[in-house]
Design a protein around this ligand. Structure first.
Ligand SMILES: Cc1ncc(COP(=O)(O)O)c(C=O)c1O
Length: 304
């Protein structure tokens, strides 16, 4: 089941559209050029999580590509309409719903963005990845880690609709029997997954006192600033973890006590192997994943 709500000045709370009928012009530049932006957020029991962080990143992606989009308040109203319609159709408010915000450059020649909210049920893959972990391949993205600043037209820090490359990387991994991908830069830095941020943990024993460090690649290396990574870092810091921002090398991942892929819908998925090599031990991965998942759940619930 999918619910669509278009942002439309004639409908202040958004216009609900029949998701089984055509709703987009064939000349929309989102379809013809992948020229647009999006956000994916999780709603739990009809309440969207970290909605402000997603609206802030949507606005920042829009600025990066000179796209004029509706104000945050209009998106908020449409999100409420979509979640209300989804709960009504499902007969319940309980459970997880994926809420996507989408803005394209609109129909050719119209000079007006096409914008809508989509609510749908999550695929079972995210839950399985949280529970069972993932096997990952390291793949070269082909850009160096300073290209984002040098070539802003690559839109590397923006969440654009042009995800064909990311999907191709995932298909490549699946064809090799892996579940997911961690991209590296051409100068050998760890970047991000095609739909996730990368985290790693080191735990040291300092005379009986564990020192726990959580590390993620530097945000200026041409990656998307992850809203889930941001929420977890704030919570982990408050719980006494030390935090670090890359540069991260592939060897750092291999040496880590645990590595995760983290994103809004899948949440925290432990990486079992990278290129066939086990990361840490199953026991430590399970223990650290449980600890960080509890911190993340509490942090996300506080953003509802
Ligand atoms: C390329 C990329 N990096 C990172 C993320 C994680 O971002 P968030 O935690 O905000 O979902 C995503 C999410 O889809 C992504 O597509």
């Amino acid at each position: 089941m999918t619910v669509l709500v278009f942002l439309d000045p004639a409908f202040p709370a958004g216009r609900v559209a029949d998701a089984s009928a055509p709703a987009l012009m064939a000349t929309d530049q989102g379809a013809t050029r992948g020229d647009g932006i999006f956000e994916s957020m999780l709603a739990v029991n009809a309440k969207p999580r970290k909605v402000q962080a997603h609206l802030d990143r949507l606005a920042s992606s829009a600025r990066a590509m000179d796209l004029d989009i509706p104000a945050a308040a209009d998106w908020q109203l449409a999100i409420g309409t979509a979640l209300g319609a989804f709960a009504k159709a499902a007969g319940t408010e309980s459970g997880e719903v994926v809420v996507k915000l989408i803005a394209t450059r609109g129909v050719e020649g119209a000079n007006r963005a096409t914008t809508w909210v989509q609510a749908s049920a999550p695929s079972p893959v995210g839950e399985a990845q949280r529970r069972d972990g993932v096997d990952v391949l390291l793949l070269d993205r082909g850009y160096d880690s300073s290209v984002a600043e040098r070539a802003p037209w690559l839109l590397l820090g923006a969440k654009t609709l042009s995800y064909a490359v990311n999907m191709a990387a995932l298909r490549h991994a699946h064809a090799q029997g892996a579940d997911d991908v961690i991209f590296t830069s051409s100068d050998g830095r760890v970047l991000e997954g095609p739909t996730s941020s990368v985290l790693l943990a080191h735990v040291q024993d300092d005379g009986g006192v564990p020192i726990k460090r959580l590390i993620t690649p530097a945000l200026d290396s041409g990656i998307l600033p992850g809203t889930t990574q941001g929420a977890l870092f704030a919570a982990a810091k408050a719980a006494g973890w030390e935090l670090g921002y890359g540069p991260v090398l592939p060897a750092d991942l291999m040496d880590a006590d645990a590595v995760w892929l983290i994103s809004s819908i899948r949440l925290l998925a432990p990486v079992n192997t990278i290129d066939g090599t086990e990361i840490g031990t199953a026991e430590v991965r399970t223990e650290l994943t449980a600890e960080l998942t509890a911190l993340l759940d509490a942090a996300l619930a506080a953003t509802e």
